[in-house]
Design a protein around this ligand. Sequence first.
Ligand code: ADP
Ligand code: MG
Length: 729
Amino acid sequence: MSLRFNAINNLSATQDVSVDNASRITAIFGENVFNVKTAREFLSDEAYKSLIGSIKAGQKIDRAMANQIASGIRSWAEAKGVTHFTHWFQPLTGTTAEKHDSFFTIKSDGTPIEQFEGDALIQQEPDASSFPSGGLRATFEARGYTAWDPSSPAFIMEIGHGKTLCIPTIFVSYTGESLDYKAPLLKALEALNKAAVDVCNYFDRNVTRVTATLGWEQEYFVIDEGLYNARPDLVMCGRTVYGHSSAKGQQLEDHYFGSIPERIYAFMRDFENEGYKLGIPLRTRHNEVAPAQFECAPIFEEVSVGVDHNSLLMDVMDRVARRHKLRVLLHEKPFAGINGSGKHNNWSMATDTGVNLLAPGKTPKTNLMFLTFFVNTIKAVHDYADILRASIASAPNDHRLGANEAPPAIISVFVGEYLTKVLRDFKERVTAKMDETDESMLKIDIHKSIPELLLDNTDRNRTSPFAFTGNKFEFRAVGSSANCANAMTVLNTIMAATLRKFKSEVDGLVEKGEKKEIAIMHVIREYIVAAEKIQFEGNNYSEEWEKEAEKRGLANVKTTPLALDAMVTDKAKKLFENNNVYTHQELEARHEIELEKYIKKVQIESRIMGELATSHILPAAIRYQNLLANNIKGLKESGLNESAFANQKQILEKISEHISSTSDLVEKMIEARKVCNNITDTRKKALAYQSQVKDAFFDQVRYHVDKLELLVDDREWYLPKYRELLFLR
Ligand code: ADP
Ligand code: MG
C-alpha cells in the first residue's frame, strides 16, 4: 500500500495525546526560567546585585562574579534534573542553534564531578563554522563565539524526558562582526532608545529610557504526520509544489474562528503549557481563515524578549507537534490557492515612566507627544520603505506578498479615517503665520477614544501591510517562518534615524528663536506633507491600488533578489552605520547570505519538483495510460466501432499530452538550473534562478501535474491530495 493510503488508514487509529491541564497558568508560568525571583533564591547578595545591574544596564556580566552566577544557575538547573547546558542562539539560517555540553567533567586526578564555570556561562566557542557568514569569517577570523546576553534569562528546554539549560547568546566573530539576528537587533534597540529619549525630553524630562515593544501573531498550519511524510515536498521545503485545489477550499470561510478540532486543541494546550513554563505569555488561540490554519499570540513584551520568545515557540511548536503525530507548517505559503501565513508584528514604544508613545494622550501636551511619534513613524516608513521591504524579503514570502489574499509588496501605511482627518486638520491649521502666542493651537483635537474607534473593526483595514491599530502599528507583511528580528532591527533603526533628524530640525528652529512647541508643530506638519504619498486607506489587495501606487511613485518590488538590493545602497549603508547597527561589511555579508538562501531554496524546490515528477507522477500516469491504451486496443479488436472507445481515446490523448509536457518541461528545467549554476556573481545567480527557473517553469510544470492528478485513477496517485492534507485529521 502506498504511504498515502497507509496514512489515511492510520488516521482513525490515531489516539489523542492526553495533556495535563494546568489548574492555573500562573502556577507554571516561568517555572523553567532563571528569572529575577529565582536569581534571588539561588544567588548570593553580591552575585544577585551584579546580575540585576547587568540586566538593567544591558551590559555583560562582571567577570569576577561569573563563577558565582554560573554555579547558582547550575544549582537551580540541577534541582530540576538538568544534566547538560547549551548556548542558544539565532544564526542567519533562520532556525535556532544549540550545541549541548554536560556539566559532567573529570578532574586532573580522575575524579568525576559536575561543574559549570563562569567562563562557560559567559562565552563559548562553538565550532560553528558551517553557519552562514557571508564571507565575514573567511576574510577575518575563522571562528565565531557566542556571548551571553543577560537581558535574556537562561531557561530550561524540555525535550521528551531530557532537560537542557539554555543560555541565550549573541553570535559574533572574533573581530566583532555580528553573525546572528540578535546582535544587530540589540544595537538597533539601543539606537532607538537614545533617539526616542531625546525627543521625549521635549515633553517630559523624567523619561530616561524608551523600549520598543513587540506583540507577534503567529499563523501556522497543522497537518497529520502520516500525510506529511507521504509528501516529500512538504518534508523537503515545507510547501506543496504540486496539488490540485480540492472541491472545497476556503470559500465557505467556515473554518475562521470556528470550533477548534479536538486533536489540534490538545496540541495547542500542550505547546502553550510548554510555552508558559518558558515564560512565554501566550494569550490568544484561534482558527484562521484557511482550513487547517491557526494562529497564536502572546501579550506583548520588550522587542528583544519578544523575538527570543517567538523563535523559541516556533521550535517548541515543532517538537510538541511530533508528540501528537502532527506537523506544524510555518511556511508562508504551504498550499496554492489557500491563504498563506504571516506573522503580524505589533510594535510600539514605551517609556520608563509608563507611557505608550503610540497611545493618544489625554491632555494637549501628551497629544502633541503622541502626534510626534505617530507622524515620525509614518515618515520613517515613507523614507525607508525600500529597506523595510527588504527586511521581509525571502523566497517563501514571495509566494505570499502580492498573492491576492496577502499584503502586496508595496509598502503603505494605514491610519484610519479619524486620524487621517486629524492629520489633515493639523496640516491646515499649523501655518507660517500662526500666532506664536496662540496657545489654543496646542489644543490639537484628538478624540480620547481613538483606540476604541480603531479597535472597533469598522475602522480597521486588514489589507494594509503597515497599519495603525489604536495604540500600536501592526507590520503585517512579515512572513510566518521569519525571525522577527530582521524586521524589528530595520523598523527600530529607521525610527531612530527619523527621530534624530526630527530633533535636529526642531532644535534648529528653536535656535532661530521659535518657541519649542511651535517648532515641534512645524516639523510635524512638514513631515505630514512629505510623507503623504505612503498613506493609503483603501483595499491593498486591489489592482487599482497597484496602478495608483505606481502613479504615486511607490515601489512595488515583487521578488526577493531585487528587493534585497535596498540593503546595500549608499542610503542603507549610511543609515545603518550612523545608527551603529551594521558596518558596510556586515551589510554586504548579510546581503550575500540572503541571496544565497534564496538560491538554495529555489534550487531545492526545483529539484524536488523534478524528482517527484519523474518518480511519483509520471510512473502513475504512465500505468494509467497503458491501461487506457490496452482497453482501447481490446475494444477495437473485438470489432466495436470508434464511438465505443471515443471517450477513452480522448482521455488517453489528454493524459499523453500532459505526460509529455511534464517530462519535457522537467528536462528543460534541469538544463536551466545548470546554466544558473555556472553564474558566479551571487546576485545575478539569484536573479537567474528567479526568472529562468522559478518563473519560467514552476507554474507550468505544476499545471500539467495538477491536470494529471485529476485524470489519473485515484488509487494510483501516491501523493496525499489537498482534500486530505487540509481536511483529514
Ligand atoms: P488582532 O490584530 O488579531 O485583532 P489585537 O489587536 O488584539 O489582535 O492584538 C494583537 C497583538 O498586539 C497582541 O499580541 C498584543 O499583545 C499586541 N499589542 C498590544 N499592545 C501593544 C503594544 N503597545 N506594543 C506592541 N504590541 C502590542
Ligand atoms: Mg493582527
